[in-house]
Design a protein around this ligand. Structure first.
Ligand code: ATP
Length: 306
């Protein structure tokens, strides 16, 4: 039987306010709309992977409060198994998202709350689960030592490891060597390599550099241009995005991609097929509002790829 997909990461409640402009210090501005929804890169990736057909366990930390309840409800509806430590003090994280009416530009403040306390001990408490996973995925929203510990345990056990290096942050020496796959977007690839990344050629160069820096392979995502797969052994491949319909919201496209990519790898598909599966997952998600609710079901992804 296939091992589960284990994803380590952060949940935050996204609180999105739309208004003509941001308030200045000391000022109050009336908004046009408000929405509360589940967010956090790791949680979004777990929801995407579960809806795409994966057996997903999500490692995180919550407080016992209303946003913690929202996290548990979100995972239960998507079929994600929570592997959560609870903090008795503190709060479940939240993100303030300002959306500028008219342009759709945003400005964001993330307060990770108790997810900022995810520790190496939290990871060790789930070591057996990580060791019997087929794929282990993490990002950079929780403290680095926890991410490194998870990658180490997985790598030692021969589990396929994926690091989505988001949000961009400098990585300690040796961390990329724990990653079978690293999946940056353009700006994260630039931050990690120092190279400008804006098209398939420059994405391939960045992918090669990430492999020189220790990664097993790289997938650099390029928004509407799709993604470039750079395997550790062999030629790079540019896979175009799949345009399903009018684009409604691209927030979470990277999370949809990573969730789909992880599911396909866990099923033993080739890296190129796994990137295609991730691109189809993301291509559908951008045609719908929201992040977790926008993630497509397995049947929709298969219909698009058939
Ligand atoms: P975000 O931070 O908005 O969640 P990201 O910057 O991490 O996303 P992108 O590179 O923008 O990630 O997108 C990931 C994948 O989603 C792309 O490789 C592509 O397949 C798909 N995608 C993104 N934007 C579009 C689009 N406008 N149309 C179709 N597919 C898209």
């Amino acid at each position: 039987m296939l091992g589960p997909i284990v994803i380590l990461g952060v949940f935050v409640a996204d609180t999105a306010y739309r208004a003509a402009r941001q308030p200045r210090l000391g000022e109050t501005v009336m908004g046009d709309s408000f929405a509360l929804g589940p967010g956090g890169k790791g949680s979004n990736q777990a929801v995407a992977a579960a809806k795409a057909g994966g057996k997903v366990h999500f490692l995180s930390r919550l407080a016992r409060d209303a946003f913690g309840d929202l996290a548990l409800r979100t995972w239960s509806e998507a079929g994600v198994t929570p592997e959560v430590a609870f903090s008795e003090q503190g709060y479940t994280g939240a993100a303030y998202i300002f959306l500028e009416a008219g342009t759709g530009n945003n400005a964001i403040i993330v307060s990770p709350g108790v997810a900022g306390d995810i520790s190496e001990e939290d990871i060790d408490a789930r070591a057996d689960l990580i060791r019997r996973a087929s794929v282990f995925v993490t990002q950079l929203e929780q403290p680095l030592p926890a991410a490194i510990r998870g990658l180490q345990l997985a790598k030692e056990a021969g589990v396929v490891t994926i690091l989505n290096p988001a949000p961009a942050a400098p990585l300690p020496d040796g961390m990329l060597a724990l990653c079978d796959w690293v999946t940056p977007n353009e700006s994260e690839a630039e931050a990690l390599t120092g190279l400008l990344v804006h098209d398939p050629i420059t994405a391939e160069a960045a992918g090669r550099m990430l492999i020189l820096m220790g990664a097993g392979g790289a997938v650099v995502t390029l928004g509407a241009q799709g993604a470039v797969l750079v395997p550790g052994d062999g030629a790079a491949l540019h896979l175009p995005a799949i345009h399903v319909g009018p684009v409604v919201e691209t927030t979470g496209a990277g999370d949809a991609f990573n969730g789909g990519f992880a599911v396909a790898l866990s099923e033993g598909r080739s890296p190129a097929d796994a990137v295609r599966f991730g691109i189809a997952t993301a291509g559908i998600s951008v045609t719908r509002p929201g992040t977790a609710p926008a993630m497509p079901m397995r049947a929709e992804i298969e219909a698009l790829l058939s």
